[in-house]
Design a protein around this ligand. Structure first.
Ligand SMILES: *[C@@H]1O[C@H](CO)[C@@H](O)[C@H](O)[C@H]1NC(C)=O
Ligand SMILES: *[C@@H]1O[C@H](CO)[C@@H](O)[C@H](O)[C@H]1NC(C)=O
Ligand SMILES: *[C@@H]1O[C@H](CO)[C@@H](O)[C@H](O)[C@H]1NC(C)=O
Length: 194
C-alpha cells in the first residue's frame, strides 16, 4: 500500500514535471500560492552581518520579507544554491536544484529552462543585486515577496519550501533563506496526503 502510494506520487510528479517543462498555462482561478513565512537560516554568519530578517504577513497581500545584510568583504566568486522541497512526510527535494556561481551567471545570464526562470525573477524583482563582481563592501537592504506568477506552473497542491543560499567558496554561508509556501488546487494535478 505504501509502495503504491509512492508509485502514484512518482507518477504525479513526472506528470507535473512534464507540464512545468512545457510551461503549460495555468487556470489562474484554480490556483493559488500562499507564503506562510520567510526564515533566515544558518545564522549567525561568519563573514556577513544580518541586521534584519523580518517576515511580514499582510492583509489581502502576499507575505513580505524585509532583509538587511551587511557584507563587508568583496567577493569574486559566490555560489548560489536554489532548491525547492515538497513536503511528503518530510521535505524532499523537488523539481528545482540549482547550484551556480553567481558572478559567472551575471556575466552570462542563462538562456533556457528553470535557471532562466529563476534569473528572470531576480532580475525583475531585485535588479539592484545584479551587479558585476566583485560583490560586497555594502549593505543589501531589500523588501521582497514571491509573486504568484513566479511559481512554476502546475506544481501539485501541497506544502513547499524554497531554499536560497549564497556561499563564499568553499563553504562559508553569506546568507540563507527558507520560504515556506502552500499551493492550493493546482489545477488538474492535485492530490492529498494519505
Ligand atoms: C568600500 O566602499 C567605500 C565607499 O562606499 C570605498 O571608499 C572603499 O574604497 C571600498 N572598499 C573597497 C575594498 O572596495
Ligand atoms: C532599509 O529600507 C527600509 C525601507 O526600504 C528602511 O526603512 C530601513 O531603514 C533600511 N534599513 C537600512 C539598515 O538601511
Ligand atoms: C569549511 O570547511 C573547512 C574544512 O572542510 C572547515 O575547517 C571549516 O570549519 C568549514 N567552515 C564552515 C563555515 O563550515
Amino acid at each position: 500500500m505504501e509502495f503504491l502510494n509512492r508509485l502514484t506520487k512518482c507518477f504525479i510528479i513526472s506528470v507535473a514535471l512534464t507540464s512545468v517543462l512545457k510551461d503549460t498555462p495555468t487556470d489562474a482561478s484554480s490556483y493559488s500560492i500562499k507564503v506562510k513565512k520567510y526564515v533566515c537560516i544558518d545564522t549567525p554568519y561568519e563573514e556577513t552581518k544580518l541586521l534584519s530578517c523580518k517576515s511580514i504577513p499582510r492583509r489581502n497581500a502576499p507575505t513580505m520579507v524585509l532583509l538587511t545584510l551587511y557584507v563587508p568583504k568583496l567577493y569574486d566568486h559566490i555560489l548560489v544554491k536554489v532548491m525547492l522541497f515538497f513536503k511528503f512526510s518530510t521535505y524532499q527535494p523537488f523539481l528545482i536544484t540549482i547550484s551556480r556561481e553567481a558572478c559567472e551567471v551575471i556575466r552570462h545570464p542563462p538562456q533556457f529552462g528553470i535557471e532562466r526562470h529563476v534569473y528572470d525573477i531576480i532580475e525583475e524583482t531585485l535588479p539592484e543585486i545584479i551587479t558585476p563582481c566583485p560583490i560586497g563592501n555594502r549593505t543589501f537592504n531589500v523588501t521582497w515577496y514571491l509573486h504568484d506568477r513566479h511559481a512554476p506552473k502546475n506544481i501539485p497542491a501541497g506544502e513547499f519550501k524554497l531554499q536560497f543560499q549564497a556561499l563564499a567558496q568553499p563553504n562559508v554561508t553569506l546568507f540563507a533563506l527558507d520560504v515556506y509556501f502552500v499551493v492550493r488546487n493546482g489545477g488538474i494535478i492535485s492530490f492529498t496526503k494519505p
